[in-house]
Design a protein around this ligand. Structure first.
Ligand code: HEC
Ligand code: HEC
Length: 265
């Protein structure tokens, strides 16, 4: 079989003079119309949808289970549960509110950042590496508690500069291919790229199981893949710019419900 390099696919996509019928064009709008905001789930094959919906078959639940155990007994006392089940710090909807401002760190943090904040400040333990099995398990567990609840980030004064930086990144052309996120996820949602249907690029399924990774992975890992795909420099996991993009994406996805652990190609 002849393998066509990814870059050729992208060039073909962007030289196509006419969009196919299935295209939903968001080109004229800066932000998505709430009525038209669609989760990546909508663009999956029926098989992948069924896999995501099946708690027993969906491999993401292995991480959720592992996270449940870690949460209850994180190698000794206190465990996460010592504080979060015995006090009113219950957070069944917690994952819907990240990223958000952290008073103790005086910066924007996502769920991973909150978990490491608890590890360091509340438990006097070392933080977990991003994309480590522990971190993915805990974020999967906490996100799954909020499954079905709408994304709900607060655009407080403190986080507005981050939102702005994230938005700028989303609309800025970059990389060897000189493309912006918006050119795929706003303007070309519904079109095919390398056998993938381009979705609107929402963050509501993360952490999620990707066939290509054969693993669960975070939103930041996906952003690195998208940046690499247009031959732009991938930014570090947990970097301020990816946190800002995460905030912008969460705001842009407002109203969509959390799906973690989702399934994607
Ligand atoms: C000693 C008590 C304590 C322990 C142990 C602890 N936390 Fe926390 N956690 C807090 C407090 C207090 C907050 C409120 C925000 C802050 O100050 O960080 C919080 C906030 C959170 C939140 C955000 C809740 C919300 O929606 O406002 C999450 C998620 C969380 N912790 C997860 C964890 C996880 C996962 C662990 C185990 C690795 C853990 N915490 C261990 C005290 C603790
Ligand atoms: C060349 C087109 C292209 C560009 C440019 C691009 N992406 Fe993507 N992106 C894709 C494809 C293809 C996928 C996988 C299919 C899908 O979910 O859309 C994807 C997936 C995603 C997802 C996962 C969606 C889900 O439902 O799990 C997010 C989030 C995302 N992109 C954000 C971004 C951001 C932010 C940028 C800019 C830094 C960007 N993308 C740039 C093509 C692109």
């Amino acid at each position: 079989m002849i393998r066509i390099p990814g870059i050729v696919w992208v060039m073909l996509l962007f030289s196509a003079p006419l969009w196919s019928d299935e295209v939903t064009s968001f080109a004229d709008r800066e932000d998505l119309d709430p009525v038209l905001v669609q989760s990546g789930y909508e663009w999956l094959t029926p098989e992948s949808k069924a896999l995501q919906d099946d708690e027993f078959e969906n491999p993401g639940w292995l991480w959720v289970e592992r996270g449940r155990q870690l949460f209850a007994s994180d190698s000794g006392e206190p465990s996460c549960a010592s504080c979060h089940q015995t006090s009113d710090l219950i957070f069944s909807s917690s994952a819907t509110r990240f990223p958000r401002w952290s008073d103790s760190q005086q910066t924007l943090i996502n769920l991973e950042g909150q978990i490491n904040q608890c590890r360091e400040l509340r438990m006097a333990r070392e933080s977990f590496a991003l994309e480590s099995s522990e971190m993915l398990s805990l974020t999967a567990f906490v996100s799954q508690l909020a499954r079905g609840q709408p994304v709900n980030v607060a655009l407080t004064e403190e986080v507005k500069p981050f939102w702005q930086a994230g938005r700028d990144y989303f609309f800025r052309r970059k990389g060897q291919m000189n493309l912006a996120c918006s050119q795929c996820h706003d303007e070309r949602a519904g079109q095919r790229l390398r056998g993938d249907l381009i979705s609107q690029g929402h963050p509501n399924g993360f952490p999620l199981y990707r066939y290509e990774w054969q693993s669960l992975g975070s939103l930041h890992r996906r952003l690195q893949d998208c940046d690499a795909g247009i031959r732009a420099e991938p930014q570090p996991l947990g970097s301020e710019i990816y946190l800002s993009v995460e905030l912008y994406l969460a705001w842009r996805a407002g109203g969509l419900t959390l799906e973690s652990p989702a399934i994607r190609r």
